[in-house]
Design a protein around this ligand. Structure first.
Ligand code: UT7
Length: 329
């Protein structure tokens, strides 16, 4: 991409609901065990919303924290992009609810649907608007209430998902946390691997869609698992090549948190130490578009990286969609 201005992440924030759903909680609802879930996924617990809270409620909290961290006023925001597969409703967008609640009176706002890759897609948009000079300040937020679309009678999927939100402010480059490159990909021929069949124009809500549980997320875990590992290996290798680097040059990899075995298998195939990949799936499960910005916030607040470190974000999810972004910390 032609570069005009550079783009930096100037503020980061996240928000996780308080309620914890542990593996042991599932053993009281389903035929499963803490041992199976931990061994097969790396997940010990996840957060879930209560009292009717929505994706925009989580997004607003995360966004306010990111604005505070960036030390900017809501009125300075030119654009809000909410990456989510669990919007409050289809129209209006969740981004519009965020816009109103945080008082971003000068911002455009829209939602972006790229499932677990949504945050990296949104980051690419933010970087492009900043690089072109069209905008000065973009707020992006990955936010999910996956508990609302999870079938808690399906033991092979319900143990995976959690709720949460993470937000970043992107502005003209300040020499820190620069978004150096982004790369996006997709393959709609594999749409069937992860889907929420009903509620759109193909299968509008009806008695039949409710009875067939078609308003819940469905996944073909085994096929996704293999594809995810191959894709992650290919993407990390490509990101190194495209940036004239070696894979070993990445100081940290922040992968979408879908399954610890996917991440560890990819690291092994790339001959990289497991600890190079940031992991928090044990505490939050898979939070889809929120997983990478939540991780960025933890890494930032924990001061786990040094200025100048090369950090690769790697996402893969339904669509299929995938993407990477190289950040110079
Ligand atoms: O974020 C987007 C990308 N998402 C992913 O990439 C998810 C990828 N897939 C996965 O993470 C894994 O495929 C799962 C965690 C979903 C499933 O793990 P798996 O190792 O692929 O298990 P499986 O589906 O092959 O099932 C193995 C066995 C089955 O029993 P049988 O047929 O061997 O008797 C399942 O019925 O494990 C059984 N099983 C369970 N047992 C206890 C499935 N779920 C459970 C459970 N507790 N919760």
């Amino acid at each position: 991409m032609d570069k005009g201005y550079t783009a930096s992440i100037t503020g980061v924030g996240s928000f996780l609901p308080e309620k914890v759903l542990t593996n042991d909680d599932f053993t009281r609802m389903l035929d499963t065990s803490d041992e199976w879930i931990t061994k097969r996924t790396g997940i010990k617990e996840r957060r879930v919303v209560e009292n009717g809270a929505t994706a925009s409620d989580l997004a607003i909290e995360a966004s306010l924290r990111a604005l505070d961290d960036a030390n900017i006023l809501p009125s300075e925001i030119d654009l809000i992009v909410a990456a989510t597969i669990t919007p409050d409703c289809l129209v209006p967008s969740t981004a519009c609810f965020v816009q109103e609640k945080i008082g971003a009176k000068n911002a455009g706002a829209f939602d972006l649907l790229a499932a677990c890759s949504g945050f990296v897609y949104a980051l690419s948009i933010a970087r492009s608007f900043i690089a072109s000079g069209a905008m000065k300040t973009v707020l992006i937020v990955g936010t999910e209430c996956l508990s609302k679309i999870t079938d808690y009678t399906d033991r092979s999927t319900c143990i995976l998902f959690g709720d949460g939100a993470g937000a970043v402010v992107v502005q003209r480059g300040n020499g820190k946390k620069e978004i150096v490159t982004t790369y996006l990909g997709s393959d709609g021929s594999q749409a069937d691997l992860l889907k929420l069949p009903a509620g759109g124009s193909k299968l509008p809500a009806s008695q039949a869609t409710i009875e067939s549980r078609s308003h819940y997320i469905q996944l073909k875990g085994k096929e996704l698992f293999k594809t995810a590992i191959n894709n992650m290996v290919d993407m990390i290798t490509k990101a190194a090549t495209d940036n004239n680097m070696q894979v070993e040059d990445f100081d940290m990899i922040i992968p979408h948190q879908s399954n610890i075995r996917i991440i560890e298998a990819a690291m092994e195939r790339l001959k990289q130490p497991k600890k190079k990949a940031y992991i928090n799936i044990d505490r939050y499960g898979n939070t889809s578009a929120a997983s990478i910005p939540i991780a960025i916030d933890e890494i930032d607040k924990g001061e786990l990286l040094n200025p100048g470190d090369s950090v690769l974000l790697v996402a893969f999810g339904g669509g299929l969609t995938w993407g990477t972004s190289l950040i110079k910390w």
